[in-house]
Structure formats: C-alpha cells, structure tokens
Write a protein that binds this ligand. Structure first.
Ligand SMILES: [Zn+2]
Length: 333
C-alpha cells in the first residue's frame, strides 16, 4: 500500500531503507531487516520545513535519511518527534541538530522521562554488552566452516563492531520540547497532531496524526508483526488502540513493517485483546505460566498465526507470542 517511488532504496552499513510516498509531501522510509534493528521514519514536509518521526538505532542510519532528504526537499528539518523511549527509535537523534541547528526534538513528558532514565541506562548496557557479543560471534565464526552461515556471521561481526563503535561515541540528544497530552503544529499547508492515547507499547506512546491527509504514525503501538511487549501494558493496549480507531485515517505508518490500512489495525487489536483475555482466563483457573504458554497459542493460532507470519522467519509469530504471554501473565496475576 502507499504509492511507491521507483528508485533503488538507499543503504549504508547496517541500514537500508525503501522510501515511499504516502500522501502529498508525506513519505516513509521503511527500514529493511538489520543486525541492529532500525525503525521506520516518517518524513512530513510543510511550507516552512520538515518534521521527522523517529531516528533509528544508530546515527549512521539517521545520516542516511538526512542524505536522502536532500534529494526530496531543500527545506530544513525543524522538528524531530520520538514516539517512545526505545533505543531503535531515538539513538539517531543527535544527527538532526548537528545537520540543522534550529531543529527541536519533541516527545511527551512521560517519554522524555523514560528516555532520561531507562533510555540513557540502556545505552550504558549496550556499551557494556558489546565486547561479549563480539566475542560470541567470533567464537561462532571459528567453528562455522564455510558457506552461507560463515558469510552471515562475518556480516554480523562487521555490524556488531560498527554498532559498538557508534554506541560508545553516542551523544544522546534528549528531546528539547515536551508536551503533556496533546500538541498541535499548525503549518500553513497542514496540521500535525501529536497525541497521547493511553498506555500500550510503553507508558508514553506518541501518535502523530495528519487529519487532512488521513495518515497516522503509530510508533510500535502497531507494527507489521507480533508486538514486543517487554516494556508494554498488555491490559491497556487494546483500549488505547480503540482510541486510535476513532481517528479518521486511511493509512498507518507503523514503527516497523510496511504501510498498512485500517484492516491491519483491526487484526492487530484483535490479537492483543484476545491474547490478554485468554491469558486472563488461564490465570483465573489457576494455570501455571507453562500451561498458559501451551494452551493460549493453540487457541489463537487459527485466527492469528497466518496474518502475523507475513514477515516469515524474520519475525516468527510463536516466539513473539510466548513472550507476550509471559509479560501478560506477570501483569495480570
Ligand atoms: Zn519499541
């Protein structure tokens, strides 16, 4: 979905994007699978400048977007929005104020707080974990023989080393502006609404809504495959998505995956709701986590396994589901 530009997608190191037009002046850079996952970026052009939503897992990926941007428009980036505090959505922030001195970084108060505490701590975790990760790949490489697996590991090693160097040199750029519930940017040619609709993927998910273009940018509250719930609020999630469904839109730019429509929101919301209710029922009858992890997938598979397997081995449904059940079990019991 979404009109596709026909040029080759830009790539550099671990980052590769497919830039697609979603509406007039609204583009998405859809991230290809990467060793260190990159999020999608939304690019919204207005009369006086550009709004960027989310900045990937590393500055080099954001720099690739800046490079592409110069081909799309001569206008400067004025605002960068972060949808939530996860590393793969804001580690590239520093690139924008460096390239565009007047750029402001915006999120809501809850997410800024999460970035300043959990986000900064996670950067330190990544720096600490890097050498072990690199050593592990080298050990695997030593016994890998030849062929495809060896090539894959050699590639992983290159990306792991590059990421380690980047994360050590990171100059974390926290948001320079924060709002409470809602912020609206009134540009001459469009409105851009930044909304808090309740807890879902994190405690502070920001949705970006373009009412005239009927486009919504969801961060990871909706993605193209099984959601990550490790920092999420499964029991609140479906209600937050019901508020999202009340908005008048036709296109969703999600945190990960291709541009989707309202049908995917219905499927995704159904999965979250049904999974939570099934786990709740297991908890009520006194089931252990292991029992819930055996029975809930059997109950959900007929409806959800196929739609949530669209990205195949890259994002296996069942592995994600088992983690979702674990998080939900812990949160409702
Ligand atoms: Zn996330």
């Amino acid at each position: 979905m979404g009109e596709r530009d026909s040029h080759e997608g830009p790539s550099k190191g671990d980052a590769k994007f497919d830039i697609q037009k979603v509406a007039d002046g609204v583009h998405v850079a859809v991230a290809a699978p990467a060793y260190k996952v990159n999020c999608n970026t939304a690019i919204i052009e207005s009369d006086d400048g550009v709004v960027i939503v989310d900045t990937h897992s590393k500055p080099s990926a954001a720099r690739l977007i800046v490079q592409e941007l110069r081909g799309l428009t001569a206008k400067p980036v004025r605002y960068v929005v972060n949808t939530h505090f996860h590393w793969d959505h804001w580690h590239g922030n520093e690139v924008y104020p460096a390239a565009y001195p007047n750029a402001e970084i915006i999120t809501n108060q809850i997410t800024r707080e999460a970035m300043a505490t959990k986000g900064l701590k996670r950067i330190q975790d990544h720096i600490r974990q890097g050498p072990g990760e690199i050593a592990q790949i080298k050990a695997n490489l030593a016994t890998a023989g030849s062929g495809e697996r060896r090539a894959q590991l050699a590639d992983d090693l290159k990306h792991a080393e590059a990421y380690h160097a980047e994360v050590k040199a990171l100059k974390p750029a926290l948001p320079t502006m924060a709002f409470d519930r809602t912020m609206k940017l009134y540009r001459r040619d469009r409105e851009i609404h930044l909304l808090y609709l309740g807890r879902a993927h994190t405690e502070g998910d920001v949705f970006v809504y373009l009412p005239k273009e009927k486009v919504v940018i969801t961060g990871d509250a909706v993605i193209g495959w099984t959601p990550f719930m490790g920092d999420g609020y499964p029991a609140d999630w479906a209600t937050t998505l019901d508020r999202l469904a009340e908005l008048d839109f036709t296109h969703m730019i999600m945190g990960h995956g291709e541009v989707a429509g309202r049908d995917w929101l219905r499927t995704f919301r159904g999965y979250v709701h049904d999974m939570v209710e099934a786990v709740r029922a297991e908890v009520m009858r006194g089931a252990t986590l292991e029992e819930a992890q055996r029975r809930v997938p059997e109950a959900l598979a007929p409806t959800y396994e196929k739609p949530f397997s669209a990205y195949g081995v890259y994002r296996p449904w069942r592995a994600g589901l088992l983690l979702n059940i674990e998080r939900t079990y812990a949160m409702v019991s």
